[in-house]
Design a protein around this ligand. Structure first.
Ligand code: ATP
Length: 241
């Protein structure tokens, strides 16, 4: 008998899938068997108090922890045994909580680094050219990131060290986007940022979502998550609750 599966009945592979992820700092266990998926184009928020394991989850995905166990699949392929730069080349970008900008370089030069990193990876054959899977075929070039964060446009020549914390946060996100990530990991983007900038940040994330950008975000601010996330997962003491 011939079995024919209707296309609508076939389940799409999630963009990201964590299966029983545990993570460790030395002998201390920070995550306990987390399992969840993130679909293409989804904005998923990990919500929880200090020390819940939000950052550790994001860091595990890019192999920034001492050791992790379980499985992490990206586009159906295991990330196990890959190093951070190889994971970045697959299309995952982490914007860490401690904004890592080059303070002596201008805003424009910082943004250009995002573009150069992508170019170097392409030159070294580390990036497999991929079709833009974003809904609108959005490529994050300078114009596109300045549309997301208009405030950066008026300070392109300014040394990045002279920006406020919130402006630096916008710059770090914009720079990461210029590397054309398939998945953006945002670690507490609203942390320590003025309310007005938090509002801009929420607008920018909604616009990214509109463009089809997939985002996994760690946040303590539930109101912020309510405004921007398709779905929220709650973490407490390294476990999903
Ligand atoms: P926060 O909002 O404070 O960043 P979080 O939910 O992101 O909290 P994590 O930073 O992931 O939580 O921390 C989870 C656990 O791992 C905590 O118990 C923390 O003390 C521990 N931890 C985090 N980083 C390290 C590290 N570098 N070395 C040892 N333990 C760590």
């Amino acid at each position: 008998m011939l079995l024919i599966t209707e296309p609508s009945a076939m389940k799409a592979i999630p963009l990201l899938e964590l299966k029983k992820l545990s993570a460790f700092y030395g002998s201390a266990q920070a995550l306990f068997e987390l399992s969840f998926c993130l679909d293409q184009g989804e904005v998923l928020a990990l919500v929880g108090p200090n020390g819940a394991g939000k950052s550790t989850t994001l860091k595990s995905i890019v192999s920034w922890v001492d050791r992790w166990e379980g499985e992490i699949f990206f586009q159906g392929q295991s990330l196990k045994s890959l190093q951070s730069h190889q994971i970045a080349a697959r299309g995952i970008a982490l914007v860490p909580e401690d904004r890592r900008i080059f303070t002596s370089l201008s805003v424009e030069e910082n943004l250009d680094i995002g573009r150069q990193v992508l170019r170097q990876k392409r030159d070294r054959g580390l990036v497999v050219e991929r079709e833009h899977t974003n809904k609108g075929g959005q490529a994050w070039d300078l114009d596109a990131v300045l549309t997301l964060f208009p405030a950066l446009g008026s300070m392109l020549k300014r040394p990045a060290g002279q920006m406020s914390g919130g402006e630096q946060q916008m710059l770090t996100i914009a720079r990461a986007l210029m590397g054309q990530p398939l998945l953006l990991l945002l670690d507490e983007p609203s942390e320590g940022v003025a309310p007005k900038i938090v509002e801009h940040m929420a607008q920018a994330i909604l616009a990214m979502k509109q463009a089809g950008q997939s985002i996994l975000i760690s946040e303590q601010n539930r109101y912020f998550c309510d405004a921007i996330a398709d779905r929220q997962l709650h973490l407490l003491q390294g476990c999903l609750v």
